[in-house]
Design a protein around this ligand. Structure first.
Ligand SMILES: NC(=O)c1ccc[n+]([C@@H]2O[C@H](COP(=O)([O-])OP(=O)(O)OC[C@H]3O[C@@H](n4cnc5c(N)ncnc54)[C@H](OP(=O)(O)O)[C@@H]3O)[C@@H](O)[C@H]2O)c1
Length: 285
């Protein structure tokens, strides 16, 4: 499957209901290689487990080597999350907090952070107000001590209320990313950017429909800016939407729960037969 490191998810049906979606796991080691490598999705059955954030927390809390490593890791990171009030961003923030990793949120409305994450200890959770469309909003102070950045900003692909005030894909996925990356100190150890599947094929169906108002084109421009920035980066292209659409027509997915993680190799793209094979292989694993 051709998802450019593209860390493509492995789908694993859960045998019982409940539990949140586990974040994708990439089997490809981090490296400074600038060209995206190809990974793929795999389907495998798993027994009902607690949500991954909980498992990770338990590992960190556990005694012995793994626990000590986790604690050291948590204390050495300060992760700046941009877009932490969104669907993906909230999961990222909750997961960071559950691991006791110091987290800083950059967001348009700091009051939202309290609503979503409650009152938090300021030594582990801070908020800064910024609209990524405005380069002047990026105060160098926001990056003080920051070791890693995760950006999950975005808006709807088609015109909606959320575009009010010119908050469009062009302004967020292109201007916003450019402003963020330009403001980031070059000492950042890693920038993880959440993007979308289809950015390399936005002139082809079905992606051209999604791209009618340019969202995939602007995401690709944002990705390229990140790739050329010299900052160590990881780009994650979400394929959740494609998995949902494919599942509609695959009967044996009924009653199953799937998780997405990443493995190396070719992926299914939007080929229904390949998706069927992936879902089926999960049943038999
Ligand atoms: N969810 C999926 O299935 C999926 C699939 C493919 C790709 N993606 C991509 O993955 C990313 C995250 O998706 P999501 O579903 O979590 O998105 P989302 O729920 O729409 O969240 C978007 C986030 O971006 C923030 N944001 C918007 N405009 C901003 C601005 N001008 N300045 C600062 N922050 C701004 C929003 O903050 P406010 O609270 O201030 O609005 C919110 O926190 C997006 O790029 C999306 O396109 C998602």
């Amino acid at each position: 499957m051709a998802m450019a490191c593209l860390n493509l998810p492995a789908l694993s049906p859960r045998l019982a209901s409940g539990g949140g979606a586990a974040p994708g796991r990439c089997s490809v080691p981090a490296s400074s290689v600038r060209l995206p490598r190809r990974c793929s999705w795999r389907v495998a059955a798993v027994a009902e487990d607690p949500p991954q954030a909980v498992q990770e927390q338990r590992r960190t809390e556990g005694s012995g080597e793994a626990g000590a490593e986790g604690a050291a890791d948590a204390s050495s990171k300060l992760v700046l999350v941009v877009g932490g009030t969104g669907g993906v961003g909230q999961l990222v923030v909750a997961s960071l907090l559950s691991r006791n990793i110091k987290t800083r949120l950059l967001l348009r409305d700091p009051a939202k952070a309290v609503t979503l994450f409650g009152e938090q200890d300021e030594s582990v959770f801070q908020t800064y107000k910024a609209d990524t469309r405005n380069a002047a909003d990026f105060d160098p102070q926001m990056f003080e001590g920051v070791t890693h950045v995760i950006c999950t900003t975005g808006t709807t692909a088609f015109p909606s209320k959320r575009w009010d005030g010119d908050n469009t894909p062009e302004r967020i996925d292109w201007d916003g990313i450019r402003n963020l990356v330009s403001a980031m100190p070059r000492t950042i150890k890693r920038l993880v950017l959440v993007s979308s599947i289809g950015v390399t094929k936005y002139n082809e169906l079905p992606w051209s429909i999604m791209n009618l108002f340019g969202v995939l084109k602007y995401k690709k421009m944002g990705e390229e800016f990140v790739q050329n920035s010299g900052i160590p980066f990881t780009i994650i292209r979400l394929v959740v939407a494609e998995a949902c659409i494919q599942a509609l027509d695959i009967e044996f997915t009924e009653g199953q729960i799937y998780e997405i993680s990443s493995v190396k190799g070719e992926g299914p793209g939007s080929d229904p037969e390949k998706w069927k094979e992936l879902f089926r292989s999960a049943q038999s694993n």
